[in-house]
Ligand binder design. Structure first.
Ligand code: ADP
Ligand code: MG
Length: 390
């Protein structure tokens, strides 16, 4: 990202210079899918792709936002009147953040905002969380709200839950806010405690975007969450984190088939995450391979969130490298991306295999990134911050 260019663009849009900038990354989840909203474990790392928010405080209560990813569109709304949904989808994320910060009684005024991002959108790499966290970081810094990165993550999740009608868990926002360079984060989504697991230097994290068009996924996604909550209630526990596979099989007769299968995925996935963190620590690729293969199977058969395109990408990787790669779908499913962990020297084999087979089999062209685990939220205040707009 060319920050200087972004700041020049800011100045030409608003006829004034930015006072600060905040940025937050997208993420790739190595393992632990749909476990976060069941108080379970996840193992994501941040990507090198980031969303930047340059801002300047205004002397009124207007929020005026542009995104270089949506050229020519302006999102503007007043903070004095109740914040409701606008007509622009991306603009609603800006409204969502303002809405939850207002409802949490944080004091802030108008802002000029310019957003710019190189996080792929709609690919299951969480451009939405990167946007929520970078916007939150900007508000926090601009108005000295004294929030820590965990609070910024929680407010981002709330924006997605309460305003965007997506009942996501905390993983995306928490890793975007708190990630650290070269590490995967083992997050306990019940306590929000984080343990850092360095990614072994010989391993490459290959992210393959299926470019499968995702449609109407919010309702499916939200229904999965309801199935999980129902299954937990039928076992007499608050969340699936408190249930074992034995508990599940004992309560099976009270449950619908979907509730049972969704819960079986979540409970078994939690165990796989803990084992995978250990395998990563000991650089055991073949163990990781086994765990991720099982995770994908469970997502396909029990959670039912894969599509033939992502199943196909996983199979191509396995046919090419066998136990020398650990591969599964990653993110919210119904398309999106696949993660393939392999030794650096094997990356060209994976790239070749996919480019020679995927288009032919699925009529879609993949996009491949090799991820570098990056830093979470970073906010920088410029020198003109105190003297202007106060
Ligand atoms: P994902 O989080 O997997 O990328 P989502 O559908 O949850 O997919 O979020 C993508 C949406 O987030 C986009 O359609 C857009 O509305 C918003 N968004 C993400 N990045 C930006 C950006 N740089 N500028 C404006 N809106 C963005
Ligand atoms: Mg998202």
């Amino acid at each position: 990202m060319n920050i200087e260019k972004l700041l020049v663009q800011f100045e030409s849009l608003f006829s004034n210079s930015a006072e600060g900038i905040s940025s937050a990354p997208g993420r790739v989840n190595l393992i632990g899918e749909f476990t976060d909203y069941n108080d379970g474990y996840v193992l994501p790392c941040a990507l090198q792709f980031r969303t930047y928010v340059a801002y300047r405080r205004r002397n009124d209560n207007l929020v005026m936002a542009y995104s270089t990813n949506y050229p020519g569109e302006c999102e503007a709304f007043e903070l004095d009147s109740p914040i409701t949904h606008g007509t622009s989808h991306w603009g609603n994320y800006v409204r969502a953040i303002a809405y939850v910060y207002q409802h949490s009684k944080h004091q802030f005024g108008g802002l000029d905002i310019l957003i710019s991002s190189n996080v792929p959108q709609g690919a299951g790499l969480s451009s939405s969380a990167a946007l929520e966290v970078s916007l939150g970081g900007a508000l926090n810094q601009a108005f000295d709200l004294q929030l820590n990165s965990e609070q910024i993550a929680l407010l981002g999740q709330q924006a997605e839950n309460d305003f965007m009608n997506c009942q996501c868990g905390i993983m995306d926002q928490l890793v975007s806010a708190k990630a650290s360079h070269n590490n995967a984060l083992l997050i306990d989504c019940m306590s929000l405690s984080i343990q850092h697991y360095p990614i072994p230097a010989n391993l490459a994290l290959v992210v393959i975007n299926s470019n499968f068009p995702r449609k109407l996924v919010e309702s499916e996604y939200n229904q999965r969450r309801i199935d999980c909550m129902n299954a937990a209630a039928k076992m007499g526990v608050k969340t699936l984190r408190q249930a074992s596979l034995d508990d599940l099989y004992s309560a099976r007769d009270n449950m619908s088939m979907n509730e049972f299968k969704r819960a079986r995925h979540v409970i078994s996935e939690n165990q796989r995450v803990l084992q995978a963190a250990k395998a990563l620590q000991h650089d055991e690729l073949s163990k990781l391979s086994e765990l991720m293969r099982e995770s994908h199977r469970s997502l396909r058969e029990d959670f039912e969130v894969t599509v033939p395109a992502t199943d196909g990408l996983v199979e191509i990787c396995h046919h090419t490298l066998g136990k020398d790669c650990a591969t599964r779908m990653t993110g919210g499913g119904f398309g999106g991306a696949v993660i393939c962990i392999c030794h650096h020297e094997n990356v060209p084999k994976i790239v070749d295999a996919i480019s020679s087979q995927y288009l032919e089999k699925f009529g879609l062209e993949e996009t491949i990134y090799v991820a570098n685990a990056a830093e979470g939220l970073v906010s920088t205040l410029f020198e003109n911050h105190k003297t202007l707009a106060e």
